[in-house]
Design a binder for this molecule. Structure first.
Ligand SMILES: [Mg+2]
Ligand SMILES: [Zn+2]
Length: 182
């Protein structure tokens, strides 16, 4: 089984400093939906792992998060793609939970759910937290320049082995090419 693990905000959809609190605030980054479909067509199951502390901060309810994800699933389906599962951490940093990235808890859950080791599984994020969580799980690390990506690059040294792409579309193209697709 081939997996790709994606961050959500800043990778699939435009990020917002004031959080994505409702489906109306969820806007896909150009090319990201097609990128997911492209990965699917080359045999990759796409999984999302996302910190959603807005829930723990009381900014939006779980029901809103579910509606946002329903919108995301519909949008991906509209271009023939599929996200197999969405793992999210609803906690705040103060909760000190094991799932909030940069901790690898969600990656451990993904590994258990799908019954595979995550070493060399591509993970794509826009922040250092995403990369560090993936690094702890042994993933292949990819940073996109969308979302907080440019800021992450400017902030300095990335985990070793991190490969940088303009956006999810370019990262997906590289992943597909690496397995002999086109
Ligand atoms: Mg992000
Ligand atoms: Zn958590």
């Amino acid at each position: 089984m081939k997996l790709v693990i994606l961050d959500r905000d800043g990778v699939i959809n435009e990020d917002s400093e004031s959080y994505i609190k409702s489906p109306d605030e969820w806007h896909p980054i150009p090319g990201s939906l097609e990128a997911i479909s492209n990965l699917n067509q080359h045999g990759f199951r796409v999984i999302v792992a996302t910190n959603q502390s807005g829930v723990g901060r009381g900014l939006f309810e779980m029901s809103a998060l579910n509606e946002i994800h329903a919108r995301m699933h519909r949008a991906v389906a509209s271009v023939g793609g599929k996200i197999d599962a969405v793992f999210f951490c609803p906690h705040t940093p103060e909760d000190n939970c094991p799932c909030r990235k940069p901790k690898p808890g969600m990656f451990d859950e993904i590994s258990a759910r799908f019954g595979i080791d995550l070493s060399a599984v591509p993970t794509i994020g826009d922040t250092r937290r995403d990369l560090e969580a993936g690094q702890a799980a042994g993933c292949s690390l990819m940073l996109v320049r969308t979302g907080k990506g440019r800021r992450t690059i400017e902030a300095g040294a990335l985990p070793s082995g991190t490969v940088v792409f303009d956006d999810l579309a370019h990262a997906a193209t590289a992943i597909v090419a690496a397995v002999g697709g086109n």
